[in-house]
Design a protein around this ligand. Structure first.
Ligand code: ZN
Length: 448
């Protein structure tokens, strides 16, 4: 939805701010930095599971990238992490005939010995939750629900609890293992990774299998009893991660910050080009364009590469451990964070901008509207709900958030699966994102 904005409402100082914002937008549309950035990140470091050597090396490399982009106060703020790794994962049909399926273990899941049991197949997650206890106890549960393709990606948000909480629901009902259809819109034979709520060794081992393998089980279940066997070796290590933090220092109010973020870790199967190499490239390229301007912004801009977004941790940390570490390390400073946003919703074009409730009808909204319109970006009439996963932790601490809403139609074709690679990056969409972020962040750091 677009609301009317009037060019005559921008004049004087404000018009200078919008003029520079428009220049940044145009520079972003012609800037190849972000695309080269994703190429180098994914080629040099490959997959970057949180706390792994690869992830930590990518974060160290990032510090050099940010320094040479002209940012100041570049630091890596370390925090401890339980590193989790699953190897030799197998999900196989034992009866009626042995068949190996394409599967991956879900993050934070545990197992020591392989498990074999009869399959209990449920077409949907609700069917599983409503099943009589006798239909689940002692069985390997398979949930066959398909993720629908949606432009906003809302179908994923609505279904993600099946993955995070399904394993503990299966345990409560006495199941021996939990297997779900990948939260994927790809028809390809890929299994999607993803975190479960960390329950330690008492949880049931949990897996996702590819969409075609799920349909295979569904057909088999109609032919008669099916017996499955699942196995994996899980290693948990004391590891550490880090948040990479850097700044463009403001001229007038250097201790007030516009915060922009993305995450450096990825799942283990692809190279995290879309999730979240794309987001890192967007915020890094945008702040680089601003750092290279002859005149710094009035307020400071802080960029954060969160080190561990994908994984959940033992209580009391739980989900989003990097953002939680950051919020607690910067507890005394968060009231000086004016607004925060992150890029972590795939590699599609931005379609609209959502603002905090008290900014939906404001001067800054009126000023940014015409700057973003040539990029095909409108302003939402309704207020932002969540700024994104990591930023939600800062929102809980009272920091207002904005969100650039991207077209997520194709995100779940590659999300958390082996096909999340550099070749899936849309170079034009990447430039459009950089253009929008550079212009908007400049506006936030300068508006009166
Ligand atoms: Zn992500």
């Amino acid at each position: 939805m677009v609301f009317p904005v009037h060019a005559e409402s921008t004049r004087g100082f404000a018009s200078d701010t919008t003029r520079v914002a428009s220049q940044l937008r145009d520079s972003g549309l012609h800037d190849g930095f972000a695309y080269e950035f994703v190429r180098e990140l994914t080629t040099r470091f490959g997959a970057r599971p949180a706390g792994s050597e690869n992830a930590n090396a990518a974060i160290s490399w990032g510090a050099d990238v940010l320094r040479s982009a002209g940012l100041r106060n570049v630091t890596i703020e370390r925090f401890p992490l339980q590193g989790w790794r699953a190897e030799n994962t197998t999900v196989e049909v034992v009866l009626p005939q042995r068949q190996l399926l394409v599967a991956t273990m879900l993050g934070g899941s545990f197992m020591s010995e392989p498990v074999e049991a009869d399959m209990a197949y449920f077409p949907s997650y609700t069917d599983f939750l409503m099943a009589s206890p006798g239909a689940v106890a002692g069985k390997i549960v398979v949930v066959g629900q398909e993720l629908q393709r949606t432009r906003s990606g809302a179908a994923y948000s609505a279904m993600v609890s099946a993955r995070s909480l399904g394993p503990s629901e299966a345990r409560k009902r006495g199941a021996k293992a939990f297997v779900m259809r990948s939260l994927s819109t790809s028809p390809g034979r890929f299994a999607s990774s993803g975190a479960t709520a960390w329950a330690g060794p008492d949880t049931v081992p949990s897996f996702s299998i590819s969409p075609p393998d799920t349909l295979q089980l569904e057909r088999l279940s109609r032919m008669g009893p099916v017996r499955l066997r699942v196995g994996s070796s899980v290693k948990v290590t004391e590891a550490s991660s880090g948040n990479l933090v850097a700044e463009v220092t403001g001229t007038h109010e250097p201790d007030r910050f516009v915060v922009i973020a993305a995450h450096a870790d990825s799942w283990e199967q692809g190279t995290g080009a879309i999730d979240d190499g794309f987001g890192l490239a967007v915020v890094t390229a945008a702040v680089r364009l601003i750092a290279q301007l002859p005149v710094p912004p009035r307020r400071s801009i802080r960029v954060i590469w969160f080190g561990a977004e994908e994984v959940s941790q033992p209580a009391p940390v739980g989900d989003f451990p990097a953002a939680r570490a950051y919020a607690s390390q910067h507890r005394d400073e968060v009231q000086r964070f004016l607004i925060a946003g992150e890029s972590d919703w795939g590699g599609g074009r931005i379609e609209s901008l959502s603002l905090p409730a008290n900014r939906v009808s404001s001067d800054i909204a009126a000023q940014i509207g015409p700057v973003l319109r040539p990029l095909g970006i409108s302003l939402e009439r309704s207020a932002v709900k969540t700024g994104g996963p990591d930023i939600s932790i800062l929102q809980n601490a009272g920091v207002p958030a904005f969100r650039f809403n991207q077209d997520a139609t194709n995100l779940f074709d590659v999300h958390h699966n082996p096909d999340d690679v550099f070749e899936r990056v849309d170079a034009d969409a990447l430039k459009q994102n950089v253009a929008a972020w550079a212009a908007w962040v400049w506006m936030l750091a300068n508006a009166s």
